[in-house]
Design a protein around this ligand. Structure first.
Ligand SMILES: NC(=O)c1ccc[n+]([C@@H]2O[C@H](COP(=O)([O-])OP(=O)(O)OC[C@H]3O[C@@H](n4cnc5c(N)ncnc54)[C@H](OP(=O)(O)O)[C@@H]3O)[C@@H](O)[C@H]2O)c1
Length: 297
């Protein structure tokens, strides 16, 4: 069935494929933003709460993708996206596919090539929010791929969170998404270790949490300075706490964990990098120099 073009008075419809925790939040934001929204999920029944908000439940994937010029997909992984969309590729031709499924830059580029081969306009995206944050000021989403399609979809995408277009290379949104998640997991690894460590002396995690939060928040202000050093490759300017000092103190973190009955496995790899950097003659430099050891290319 042909899709009738939206007039300024009738907002363009959108289809959402995948009604997991995130897909449901995305569909809810479109619906509360007034967009006619068609939804589909592999396992039936998940559309029920959205029907009350005005959603149309598609009986199958074909009905879902042909209901709108803008098709947003948010499934578990790229394999499930291919499994779902490959059979309906011809029906997607000429439409805009915004893929908000988490994946690697390579997967995003492969999906863009697949879309291109089928005449589908492709935008890849990374969601920097948890489901309750969708549609709030905290949420932002990264996009890459077709700039024209992104611009055309921006009024709809703004309903999800602040949209940031990061480049026409379709892999760039995934790259930045993964970079942000890497920073987050590195931080949480330390946070979980710290809370477990104080717990070995029965200090309640909730009691220690505000102190930890204050410390982490304060330390995060160093990020722009570290970024400048990493960008310039000069690890000797503005050094406040040199790496030799840090490499000397770091074993205390590991031995304290061991003696308190805690595995140091979340922290141990950092000790090796610090020691190697000092051994290679960079003890007077800043800790950021360890990125030189991470680079393989
Ligand atoms: N939740 C978050 O905090 C968050 C934040 C940022 C990004 N993301 C990303 O958003 C995506 C969805 O996350 P979520 O939280 O919605 O996950 P979820 O609650 O586990 O939902 C997964 C969705 O994928 C569908 N699915 C799985 N395998 C499928 C297949 N082979 N064919 C068709 N559909 C399939 C599921 O359908 P069924 O109902 O049939 O199983 C469900 O709709 C993921 O890529 C995730 O990394 C999530």
């Amino acid at each position: 069935m042909p899709v009738s073009p939206a007039s300024p008075l009738s907002p363009a419809p959108v289809s959402v494929l995948g009604l997991g925790a995130m897909g449901k939040a995305l569909a809810t934001a479109f619906l509360t933003g007034g967009l006619p929204t068609t939804v589909w999920n592999r396992t039936p029944g998940k559309a029920e709460p959205l029907l009350a908000l005005g959603a149309t439940a598609a009986g199958d994937v074909t009905a879902a993708v042909t209901a709108s010029e803008l098709v947003v997909v948010c499934l578990l992984d790229y394999d499930s996206v291919h499994e779902t969309l490959d059979p309906v590729a011809a029906k997607l031709a000429g439409r805009t596919l915004v893929n908000l499924t988490n994946g690697t830059p390579e997967q995003a580029r492969e999906m863009a090539a697949w879309a291109d081969a089928h005449g589908i306009v492709y935008v890849d995206g990374g969601i920097m929010a948890i489901p309750p944050g969708i549609g709030t000021e905290q949420a932002f989403l990264l996009y890459s791929g077709s700039r024209e399609a992104f611009d055309a979809c921006t009024p709809a995408l703004e309903l999800l969170g602040a949209p940031r277009f990061v480049g026409t290379d379709p892999g760039l949104a995934a790259l930045q998404d993964i970079a942000l998640l890497s920073g987050m997991y590195g931080m949480f690894a330390g946070v979980f270790h710290a809370l477990a460590l104080v717990g070995t002396e029965r200090i309640p995690a909730e009691e220690f949490a505000p102190v930890l939060q204050q410390w982490i928040t304060g330390m995060a202000t160093a990020i722009p300075h570290y970024a400048q050093q990493i960008e310039s490759g000069d690890y000797t300017t503005g050094v406040v706490s040199n790496i030799a000092m840090q490499a000397a103190a770091f074993p205390n973190l590991l031995s304290t964990a061991e003696s308190q009955g805690l595995s140091p496995e979340l922290l141990a790899p950092l000790q090796q990098l610090l020691s190697r950097r000092v051994a290679e003659g960079h003890g007077h430099e800043d800790v950021t120099g360890i990125v030189e050891l991470l680079r393989k290319k």
